[in-house]
Design a protein around this ligand. Structure first.
Ligand code: TRP
Length: 337
């Protein structure tokens, strides 16, 4: 058991889990549990970095946990970031091993801060948004994770994490932290069904994403109305919309149907209605057990809450150990009260 390498990843509690989140990340997390020691965090401190609804955050956190367990993440592998305040503590220490200039140059900071300024509302860019990647570095290093499964968009944050760990090691004169590696796995690009030129996301509105726990009828309806071609010719190669349907079909495990429709496509005889029918079928089959499991979990919320409290406590012990060692190394007091 202890021979296993460790994996850590985290996700922000921001509402519904859609097929893009599932196929793009969470499904991979489920599979990694077979090979690695995994911990997965629901990072509610990170969710505070952008303007957010204080009344919804806590529910979103529990919803996300329920969704994660419903699709196959083991409850004992899940922690809630704010239940482990050592993340923030290590984050503070890491602030002092990270340059201000590097933070201002992060792409995600630039993107998100311009989103806030362009939103027309009161432009409030929090210091937390600038500091976001430092807390992320703490999330990773506090468990000394070997691998971090993330999307390409997180590459820069991983680089920063390695820089911080490296600078820390140099300053304390010891190879204390082992530099973590990103684990990029091939994941399908899931696009919006209403506008396949953009990726599936919640921010574009309800027509654009399919909730993993959506009713069967809704899944069918949404796939039926998915945008395929804007023109009418298949001769110019595959359109993004059709490609998206194929990706969904494959990701959902409809391998035979996938091969069949691909062949039809090559012959110029692909029928969109048939393809859509099979995509919807595959998605319905895939998600039915998730919905069932979610209903079970919701019928016994207390039990799940207790499990997560327990798992966060177990995981916290590791975080406490790291912070204790780090405080020793950087010259902070380490007394027991
Ligand atoms: N920034 C990540 C995202 O938006 C979320 C995250 C926070 C994370 N802490 C992390 C991912 C630690 C991996 C490891 O997707």
């Amino acid at each position: 058991m202890s021979e296993r390498k460790s994996v850590l990843s985290c996700i922000q509690p921001t509402g519904d889990m859609h097929l893009g989140n599932y196929f793009g990340a969470v499904k991979n997390w489920v599979d990694l549990q077979e090979t690695y020691n995994c911990v997965y965090g629901v990072v509610d401190y990170h969710a505070m970095t952008m303007p957010y609804n204080v009344k919804k955050l806590r529910n979103n956190t529990w919803d996300l946990i329920t969704n994660m367990v419903a699709v196959g993440i083991e409850p004992q592998n899940i922690f809630v970031q704010s239940l482990i305040p050592e993340h923030a503590e290590l984050g503070w220490i890491f602030n002092c091993f990270c340059s201000y200039g590097q933070l201002t140059r992060m792409t995600q900071f630039k993107d998100k801060s311009s989103q806030v300024s362009e939103s027309g509302k009161e432009a409030f860019i929090s210091a937390g948004l600038l500091d976001y990647p430092v807390l992320q570095a703490a999330d990773i290093m506090i468990y000394k994770a070997d691998y971090v499964p993330v999307g390409k968009d997180q590459e820069q944050h991983l680089e920063l994490t390695r820089d911080i760990a490296q600078r820390f090691n140099n300053q304390v004169g010891k190879e204390y932290f082992v530099l973590p590696e990103a684990l990029y796995t091939e994941v399908p690009k899931v696009r919006s069904t209403a506008d396949p030129s953009r990726k599936m996301s919640k921010s574009a509105g309800e027509k654009h994403y399919i909730n993993v726990f959506a009713e069967e009828s809704r899944i069918r309806k949404q796939i039926k109305s998915a945008v395929t071609d804007t023109g009418d010719s298949q001769s110019e190669g595959m359109s993004e919309g059709v490609e998206n349907l194929f990706s969904l079909l494959k990701a959902a495990g409809g391998t035979d149907a996938y091969a069949h429709h691909m062949e039809q496509f090559s012959n110029g005889g692909l029928r969109y209605a048939d393809l859509k029918h099979d995509v919807a079928e595959a998605l319905v089959d895939l998600t039915a057990p998730f919905k069932e499991k979610k209903a079970e979990l919701n019928a016994n919320k207390k039990e799940l809450k207790n499990q997560i409290k327990q798992s966060s406590w177990e995981i916290r012990k590791r975080a406490q150990q790291t912070v204790k060692e780090v405080k020793d190394l950087v010259g902070l007091l380490n007394v027991r009260f």
